[in-house]
Design a protein around this ligand. Structure first.
Ligand code: EPU
Length: 419
């Protein structure tokens, strides 16, 4: 296992190139199941979750070539021989559930392990199942597996009871090969959904309304190969913006735009930072201690739960008291205990955390518990006085490409060592 040794505090300056979005890459890789042609995906980040998804598709018989240097991945599912996603892989990455809709749509059957709960919450998949049943699939749950079959999915109107990102993606992909029109109401509106829809359209799918809460998909008999470039990772970008807010400095993020990040940027400005929209780059400048910022997490265009831990880390050293309410996942405050080890003053009551900023955090040994929690700990540790170590950084490698190198290139001191 590896850990980070961090020596703080740092002031950050320079440039960071932001990669393609993990949460767009995973569904786009699964969309390859919908066609027997090759799809060529560019701007694919080299992340552990991406390798896990490629292994899962590979185990089912997909062939792929991924060049991490050019960031291009070619994938073909013509010779797929299995429609099963085993527990061993699904348990390591919940996004594996994204094979369910495409498998059912193209092959009429799928057997996918139930993802089960995870560190940040229960995370059921009832909405995925309900929607597919409405499209005519027979689905039973047996021995921990979702076993689904159909003689042909039929377009219908599906009203999701709650807003779900991967649920919307699964239904959107399944509907592409269904007979007739599917209307998904109360759909998620995240930029990653828009990116998936744009890839599906390049494959020949007819989709309207992505980016709104009503998506209409007119089923096609067949989809074809395509080329698609993955949208930038707004959460990776937001994480570096928070690092600058906590440490101070002047940094240019490249290959991004402000359109997908309006809420994140609005809240960052409240911390007291200057943000400059430079077209395909964003410049962020912090020259004084941040002011505390309160927020509630919500589906897009609200404040993303995936940025909650990083904003909490900044609030830990901000002037004043902030309240953060986590509305998406029931157990996404596991970083609180670790931030407290670094000297943060945080109280949690039910889904609300109250953070009273201290002038300086102190280095300490802490443990990463999930992907975004780890990012929050890294931000806190690079701004803290003294040495810290962060254990279990495999969580970080799931969703951040070379975070240590990127941070060091702008002035932090982060060393990756074997523990
Ligand atoms: N939910 C249900 N039933 C369902 C589906 C979801 O009750 O059938 C609940 C969940 O338990 C949760 C809420 O609805 O309380 C929202 O969950 P959602 O389905 O939107 O989450 P997800 O699709 O599993 C994606 C991202 C997460 C991100 C959430 C929320 C991917 C691969 N994952 O998860 O990303 O936090 O949306 O924005 O897109 C991360 O990158 O660190 C990460 C966890």
């Amino acid at each position: 296992m590896e850990k980070f040794k961090i020596c703080g505090p740092s002031k950050l300056s320079g440039e960071v190139i932001i990669g393609g979005a993990k949460n767009a890459t995973l569904p786009v890789l699964c969309s390859s199941i919908l066609t027997s042609d090759t799809i060529e995906i560019s701007n694919v980040p080299k992340l552990r979750d991406v390798s896990t998804m490629l292994s899962l598709l590979g185990e089912m018989g997909a062939s792929f070539k991924f060049d991490p240097l050019s960031k291009i991945c070619e994938i073909n599912t013509d010779s797929l021989f299995s429609v099963e996603a085993s527990y061993d892989l699904v348990k390591t990455m919940r996004a594996s559930i994204l094979v369910l809709g495409p498998l059912l749509a193209r092959f009429g059957q799928a057997k996918v392990s139930l993802p089960g709960g995870c560190a940040i919450g229960q995370r059921p998949v009832d909405q995925h199942i309900k929607g597919l049943r409405q499209m005519g699939a027979n689905i039973k749950i047996e021995d921990g597996y979702i076993i689904a079959e159909t003689t042909g999915l039929k377009g219908t109107t599906i009203k999701n009871d709650i807003i779900t990102v991967t649920g919307t993606e699964n239904l959107m992909m399944a509907a592409c090969l269904a007979d007739g029109e599917t209307l998904i109401e109360n759909a998620a509106m995240e930029p990653e959904i828009v990116d998936l829809a744009s890839c599906l359209r390049s494959m020949g799918a007819i989709i309207f309304g992505d980016g709104t809460n009503k998506i209409s998909i007119h089923g096609s008999k067949k989809l074809s190969g395509c080329k698609h470039e993955i949208v930038f990772d707004r959460i990776e970008a937001g994480t570096y913006l928070c690092a600058v807010a906590a440490c101070g400095g002047d940094v240019l993020l490249k290959n991004v735009n402000t359109l997908n990040m309006k809420m994140i940027i609005k809240k960052l400005q409240k911390f007291g930072g200057e943000i400059f929209d430079c077209g395909t780059s964003i410049r962020v400048k912090f020259s004084k201690r941040p002011e505390s910022v309160s927020f509630d997490t919500a589906p897009f265009p609200g404040f993303p739960t995936d940025m909650q831990a990083q904003f909490m880390a900044v609030n830990a050293i901000a002037r004043g008291t902030a309240k953060i309410r986590e509305n998406i996942f029931e157990n996404r405050f596991m970083h609180v205990q670790e931030l407290q080890r670094l000297g943060a003053m945080i109280k949690v009551k039910a889904s609300t955390a109250t953070i009273t900023g201290v002038e300086n955090l102190r280095g300490a040994n802490v443990m990463a518990t999930d992907l975004r929690a780890s990012a929050g700990l890294v931000i806190a540790a690079i701004s803290a006085n003294g040495n810290s170590s962060i254990d279990r950084i495999y969580h970080l490698d799931r969703g951040y490409e070379q975070m240590d190198r990127k941070l060091n290139s702008i002035g932090a001191s982060v060393q990756r060592i074997k523990s």
